[in-house]
Design a binder for this molecule. Structure first.
Ligand code: BGC
Length: 259
């Protein structure tokens, strides 16, 4: 296994990328950020992604996140980005553009991998749920450290309202909730989600957790709650880590291609 890989985190507003040290789960060198054309054509995304990737390091594989369901390198949902992404292959054109092996993964799954391997949920056995609060609510579910991919729990409906419409970072702004009101709504989502999955630990990630480092004290939930430790780097680190999980698939692909 290479000790380094490139992590690329595609968000609604920016694409962030860096080389990641996979033994420490830490960025190596600078983190590049470019505006994200998430609402425009796929080719524009490929161009923007290429400008975000650090120069050199041509031998390193890359992991790329996407804010939607990703199965076998293809995007299947686009709740908060251009609908043109639905059914669009991502790993394959990214590999062609970046001239390296690329694995694609849901953004919250990537953040979850980073927290489970290097952060707040490191060495935690049992069921761990990582929730990423941003434009939407992303989810990553782990059982004894193994990811159950693409869980999409932000789209669970409670009392006729999707969890992410009720308590994402964007919902907080759009619903003009004050901090107390937001904590109440988020607690409700946590409690209802807890009642369905009974996780041993819930880790909260996303920009809002960086701005409110004590927010766990304002939340009510039966499960222990922790804030993510990798903060804004979780997506990049998790994307890079996903390359280590893709090795088997790449070996099979190479065999099938006769290499
Ligand atoms: C998407 C998820 C994504 C989350 C956070 C949701 O709307 O459906 O796939 O992980 O937003 O970006």
């Amino acid at each position: 296994m290479h000790r380094q890989a490139i992590g690329i985190d595609i968000g609604g507003s920016s694409i962030k990328a860096a080389i990641v040290d996979l033994t420490r789960g830490a960025l190596v060198g600078e983190r590049k950020s470019v505006p994200s054309p998430a609402m425009s054509a796929v080719s524009e995304m490929m161009d923007a992604m290429a400008t975000a990737v650090p120069e050199g390091a041509t031998n390193l594989a890359a992991g790329v996140t996407f804010p939607g369901v990703v199965v076998g390198g293809t995007v299947y949902t686009a709740a908060n980005v251009a609908k043109a992404w639905i059914g669009q292959p991502l790993a394959e054109p990214a590999a062609a553009k970046l001239k390296r092996k690329v694995v694609a993964i849901n953004d919250a799954d990537a953040a979850g991998l980073a927290e489970v391997h290097f952060g707040a949920a490191r060495d935690v056995a049992g069921v761990v749920l990582v929730l990423a609060l941003g434009t939407g609510i992303g989810s990553a579910l782990f059982v004894d450290g193994k990811l159950v991919p693409n869980t999409e729990l932000g789209h669970l409906e409670f009392d006729g309202m999707e969890a992410e419409a009720r308590a994402s970072g964007r919902a907080r702004m759009e619903r003009k909730l004050d901090w107390g009101g937001y904590m109440k709504e988020l607690s409700y989502v946590l409690q209802r989600t807890h009642a369905l999955f009974w996780p041993d630990l819930i880790v909260l990630c996303g920009g809002i957790t960086g701005d409110h480092p004590n927010m766990v004290e304002d939340l009510v939930c039966r499960a222990p709650l922790k804030l993510g430790a990798l903060r804004a780097d979780a997506g990049i680190v998790g994307a890079a880590f996903a390359t280590t999980l893709a090795q088997g698939v790449w070996i099979q692909q190479a065999k099938a291609a006769g290499n």
